[in-house]
Design a binder for this molecule. Structure first.
Ligand code: UD1
Length: 367
């Protein structure tokens, strides 16, 4: 019988599953790595396997793009057949993408122990598809592996038991610390003709930012203003590239295709400031000590503000530019949050092992 089936589907999953997969195998469990195919481009998927040393997936579900329902349903249909075939004792899902929630629901109904890596994060913004994915995934999961104390508090407040909600730390930081030296050797900054601390790094891909013409126009105004101060490096997600079209942009904005993991870490580490709407980048900049301005009204990762270098600035050009000038003049100090120490994958594996060893252990509570 298979012990642990691990699901990855989209770019932000790959760096999260690697440390968990390694640690689960180190404890002697059999594993099956499944790639749902939510992200499939070479630069959104393949490059992460090569660079992180993640073994090729044992199974690929090849679901591809689609509306939320189409994509979620395709993962559910394929996962149901796979779980029926391989009968895993536990299924591990990570993060908050459509593949996460789809696999978790199917695994829970099949009677597997479901472990959610990065449980308990809450933006309290129901307009974000990821927030719906987080809440639903947690609700059907047996074991809630939380990255930070605020995430544990959210779960306890929602009625989960304290033996279900386990503070394990941040698995993404495991991968960052493992690969940082290799990333810093990459020549990507010099190849762009830039100096360390001599440019601003930007990423944008949230539907709320790039799918609305007026918001996107405001964001481009911000980037053009920032580019008057420092050159801007803007690796664009396919969704963003499609929306940008031929809008006018400062010549000091380097619009790039999505970057691989190592180059992107090197670009973050060398940036004077990062402007982003991503979740994971708020965490990585905190560990790297690089100022981060998050172009959203809320964050599910408040610890990056209370302890890290992150600041929520929304999208209003005057507000964002004022914040940009402030952090340029006075960069914030950062402290690395508790258990963001490179050993979170091991703690995830130990928690999974404990649950697998205890036949009397019970999962979801009646909230
Ligand atoms: C997904 C996640 C988001 C995460 C982001 C990281 C959900 C709900 N959202 O958003 O939380 O921050 O990934 O990148 O799961 N596309 C390609 N090539 C690919 C993949 C996608 O061109 O390899 C294009 C397709 O046109 C697709 C669009 O990007 O329609 C959006 O992809 P999708 O997976 O639906 O959501 P993301 O915006 O990537």
């Amino acid at each position: 019988m298979l012990d642990v089936l691990i699901v990855a589907g989209a770019r932000p999953n790959f760096m999260k599953v690697k440390p968990v997969l390694d640690s689960v195998e180190d404890l002697g469990f059999s594993t099956l790595l499944v790639h749902t195919g939510q992200h499939y481009d070479a630069q959104m998927s393949d490059v992460f396997f090569t660079e992180l040393g993640l073994r090729l997936p044992d199974r690929s579900l090849e679901v591809g793009s689609g509306t939320h329902a189409t994509q979620t349903a395709a993962v559910m249909t394929a996962m149901e057949a796979l779980i029926d075939e391989v009968s895993p004792r536990a299924v591990v899902v990570a993060g908050d993408v459509n593949s996460t929630v789809a696999a978790a629901i199917v695994a829970a109904k099949a009677g597997c122990i479901v472990a959610h890596v990065e449980a308990g994060l809450r933006s309290r913004d129901w307009a974000m598809p990821e927030e719906i994915n987080r809440v639903v995934t947690d609700r059907v999961s047996d074991l809630l592996l939380a990255p930070s104390p605020d995430a544990v508090e959210n779960l306890l407040r929602e009625g989960y038991r304290d033996d279900q909600a386990v503070l394990v730390g941040n698995v993404m930081v495991d991968t960052l610390l493992t690969n940082l030296d290799r990333a810093l050797e990459r020549p990507v900054v010099a190849d762009l003709g830039l100096e360390p601390a001599g440019y601003v790094l930007v990423t944008l891909h949230r539907p709320a930012n790039v799918d609305d013409d007026a918001v996107l126009a405001d964001l481009l105004r911000i980037l053009n203003e920032v580019a008057a101060d420092l050159p801007v490096v803007f690796p664009a997600h396919p969704r963003t590239l499609a929306r940008l079209g031929s809008r006018p942009m400062s010549e000091r904005i380097h619009l790039l295709e999505p970057q691989g993991y190592l180059d992107f870490v090197a670009l973050q580490a060398g940036a004077a400031c990062v402007l982003t709407d991503s979740g994971g980048i708020q965490e990585e900049t905190t560990v790297l000590g690089v100022p981060c301005l998050t172009l959203r009204d809320n964050t599910e990762r408040p610890i990056t503000i209370s302890e890290g270098t992150n600041r929520l600035v929304g999208r209003d050009p005057a507000t964002v530019l004022a914040a940009y000038r402030e952090v340029r003049a006075n960069p914030p100090a950062a402290r690395r949050p508790e258990l963001w120490d490179g050993k979170a994958g091991l703690r995830c594996a130990e928690a999974i092992s404990t649950v697998l060893a205890d036949a009397t252990w019970r999962g979801p509570t009646s909230l």
